[in-house]
Design a protein around this ligand. Structure first.
Ligand code: NAG
Ligand code: NAG
Ligand code: NAG
Length: 337
């Protein structure tokens, strides 16, 4: 999402990368072909205009009970958005705030303790204190410090940043490469790294925005890059409307990106998607997930936007037990988990 994201994730069966612990806990419940299926747990990045903000006033941490309930569906991946400035407040090259970092560490430990994957998602849109990050070396340092917190946890996945936008494509490429280099420099060598593109990392504009070209040559000594794209199904692709354009808009919007992935031998994850609680959106969502499954050689999975304790009656809320999407959409998506 443009301002905040939540990701639900679950893993797919039979993949070369599935962690044994994960398979043990969730594989039997999963029907789909994906390595990762899950949810964005959105709340630690709330109150972005109030930094650092106060716990349980401006932001909070996901409810462990919500995580557990969603993992019971077979999901195996949880994306955890948080703020870069709350974790490392003084400057990019600074040190962690022990209070906030403990919240992140505890949330991640809960998720991976269940055998699921936890995605570390600095939900910053390529900005730090609202300024576009141009200090590439500083960004690398931020990532080295952050990745060191999780270097030994193989079920962690690093997401370089949420939804870069309105920046130079070359800068986005350089920041992604710096993140990869910084993460590996921290000794975190076994984990997957999700890279995101400019233009809100939209799948439908992946090629036309130039992301395909500018991000093609990212390199990782461990060869564990996964391209993270987002796709909403409303008219402007912003994820702010209940209506979906048509019952087939999902697979239509993923065509070009899928061709790019295949032509270039890359793998992707649909890191955010959602639609409103109505029959047309459900058709669009299931059509899209069927298309992803048919192309699971390049699509490793998908994550719903979003769960989290503070979403109230938000149209896309997958927070158990009564979130709009939890009751109205999730049952239709179960075959794709
Ligand atoms: C550290 O984080 C806590 C919790 O967010 C916050 O209350 C505190 O002010 C932060 N300290 C600094 C120095 O930013
Ligand atoms: C990526 O690598 C190819 C082959 O070496 C090269 O032709 C192309 O210019 C590179 N693209 C970028 C954006 O660096
Ligand atoms: C597209 C969308 O719904 N984005 C929302 C994501 O969540 C934040 C809050 O975390 C909202 O402000 C955004 O509108």
């Amino acid at each position: 999402m443009k301002f905040l994201d939540i990701v639900l994730g679950a893993a797919a069966a039979g993949s070369a990368m599935a962690a044994p612990t994960c398979e043990a806990s969730t594989k039997s419940k999963r029907a789909g072909k994906f390595k990762f299926v899950g949810i964005n747990q959105s709340c630690a990045e709330f109150g972005q205009d109030t930094l650092p903000g106060q716990l349980n006033k401006h932001y909070t941490w996901p409810a462990t009970s919500s995580i557990d309930t969603l993992l019971e569906t077979g999901m195996n991946t949880v994306r955890v958005p948080f703020m870069m400035e709350r974790l490392i407040p003084e400057q990019l090259t600074g040190t962690v705030n022990e209070t906030y970092s403990q919240g992140l560490i505890d949330t991640v430990a809960h998720i991976t303790g269940k055998g699921a994957y936890a995605i570390i998602d600095p939900h910053n849109f390529g900005r730090y204190y609202k300024e576009i990050i141009t200090d590439v070396e500083g960004f690398k340092a931020w990532w080295t410090t952050t990745a060191a917190l999780f270097a030994d946890n193989e079920n962690v996945i690093f997401d370089t940043n949420n939804e870069y936008h309105d920046m130079e494509n070359s800068l986005v490429a350089n920041l992604n490469q710096a993140a990869i280099d910084g993460i590996r420099a921290a000794g975190a060598t076994s984990q997957y790294i999700l890279v995101e593109g400019n233009s809100w990392s939209g799948a439908w504009t992946w090629v036309s925005s130039g992301n395909g070209e500018s991000l093609l040559n990212l390199s990782d000594p461990e060869d564990k890059i996964i391209y993270e794209m987002h796709q909403y199904l409303d008219e402007d692709g912003s994820g702010t409307h209940e209506e979906c354009v048509s019952g087939t808009i999902g697979q239509e919007r993923l065509q070009e990106a899928t061709k790019w992935l295949k032509a270039n031998g890359k793998t992707a994850i649909l890191g955010e998607t959602a639609g409103g609680p109505n029959a047309q959106c459900i058709q669009a969502l299931t059509g899209m997930l069927s298309f992803l499954e048919e192309n699971s050689d390049v699509w490793s999975g998908w994550l719903w936007w979003a769960a989290g304790p503070w979403w109230a009656d938000y149209m896309y809320s997958m927070e158990p037990p009564s979130g709009t999407a939890y009751t109205a959409i999730l049952p239709s998506l179960q075959p794709y988990i």
